[in-house]
Write a protein that binds this ligand. Sequence first.
Ligand code: GSH
Length: 302
Amino acid sequence: MSDLVFHHYDASPYAEKVRMIFGFKGVSWQSVQIPRMMPKPELMPLTGGYRKTPVMQSGAHIYCDTQIIIRELEERYPTPTLFPGGSQFLGWGTSFWTDKLLFGTAAAIVFGTFGEQMPPEFVKDRMEYSGGSINIEKMKAALPVSLQQFAAMMDWAEQGLADGRDYLLGADASLVDFNLCYTVRFAGRAPAVKEILEEFPKLRAWVERISAFGEGTSTEISAADALEIAKNDDVSDYSGSIGTNEEQKAGDQVAVMPNDTGRVPVSGELVTLNRREIAIRHKNDIVGEVIIHFPRAGFIVR
Ligand SMILES: N[C@@H](CCC(=O)N[C@@H](CS)C(=O)NCC(=O)O)C(=O)O
């Protein structure tokens, strides 16, 4: 079993993307189920306030956002690679399309379809989280348009698979596949999307192929155990690195937050800052010192 602890909930689409990558890379991991809305009192001491799902932990190192989680997994488990044929640009680039634009369309469909049956406190949480852009009535009214947009984008994928290839980039699976697959599965919770997918047999077979990687092997542990793991890991000697073209320097007191949703600033001392990563040393009474890692793209440092 690896030392990786994954904080998530089963229904989280973004967490599903990482779980599928655990499956692809054959990772065994420890699972902590977290609440699907705030408050998340047993997660906050690890993330310093970052509230999104999922979060990955290795001792007192905490990885916030799927981008940095996936980068860390690729480094630890380089084979099979998520970037066959040097496809980093396509992998990371399509993740910004799937995770933001396509996910937004999928969320509009899911909320437009099921929003009225969702618990009001969950809808309120997501409204706050999204800065007000989740509005069930509007999403319900816009459902036909959202479905058309979704179908038009699925047609790109069907065309991309038309020559009989197994994966979007060819013979090998890549991050591009995982980026798209979790969003299709998320939107596919809506019956109208299931109907649309009937039009796209290659895409449906591809979803099955990616899903067949499974989710690796996991063991449930408690949130209290995860806090204990962080507390018992000494990261006082950890030193990162600051890129030469950065304004900030190691030790600066900074606040880091996503530039889209869930914009809660996380404060600490800067340890790493470069084109790929931001890491800070954060201290609190519950776990002591943790090193919190964020991706650079999509995050703001002040
Ligand atoms: N950019 C983030 C997005 C993650 C995200 O938005 N996750 C959703 C759940 S799937 C979320 O955090 N919702 C609010 C919550 O779980 O409290 C990532 O890639 O990890």
